[in-house]
Ligand binder design. Sequence first.
Ligand code: BG6
Length: 293
Amino acid sequence: TKDWNGIEQIVLRNPLGASAKVSLLGGQVTSWRNERGEELLFMSSKGILKSPKAMRGGIPICFPQFSNCDSLEQHGFARNKIWVVDDDAPPLLSNDSQWKSFVDLLLKPSEEDLKFWPHSFEFRLRVSLGMDGNLTLISRVRNVNGKPFSFSFAYHSYLSVSDISEVRIEGLETMDYFDNLCKRERFTEQGDAITFESEIDRVYLSSPSCIAVLDHERKRTYVLKKEGLPDVVVWNPWEKKSKAMSDFGDDEYKQMLCVDGAAIEKPITLKPGEEWTGRLEIAVVPSSFCSEG
Ligand code: BG6
């Protein structure tokens, strides 16, 4: 199938009717539906028909930089590149033999990319959908360069919510966060779950490996489990910033919340030949249970 820019998308399905779509543009997950066909990720209805540009929604991959504090383009170039399907991906070291529908994608830098970021890498992304309907993204970045390099990273996950003012996040209480990413101003969250009544753009640092996003109205909880991703970005543009974004509806901020598994505060450094793995699994459950395994 093709996305609205005419770029190929791979469709994953499980036997119970859940599905996910992954675009070759950016390796971006553009849709994830449960067994009842309900969309679980937010996607803006005001997408820009100008390729190649990451769509506003789903799960864009931010690499080799999150934000735009350095000279690279905002959130790095990976989300705006065409990836290829990798039929020969090296096996993953995993002890779980459960049924999964998956696709392996690969991104290598072009000559042009090397002018801006002179580091040769191989980025392998596996997106898989389990029998339980859970969505798992596994990124493997390998240094195929003669010298070490560093990067930051985020799965910029746009979760679909009924009404942002009814949503809360559990698992980030008492965590430290950066409020202004480039200035790196550090604050500490107080004891309560996080709720929303204005713009939020934070990076929670060294967070627990399991975070729950509770949507009270829909009685739906997203449980995010992450490995290799110590930080969590929480972003909602709210009213004013929504109006300023050309690919986002003025009121759409009410139906989305970005909660990203990320590695930002301490960039990942890879020596020649080394590989890093960052894994995010998202489950949707009727209530909150990070505590259960
Ligand atoms: C967030 C950043 O995660 O992504 C915000 O913290 C940014 O500052 C937002 O506005 C969206 O970025 P973009 O490049 O997709 O418009």
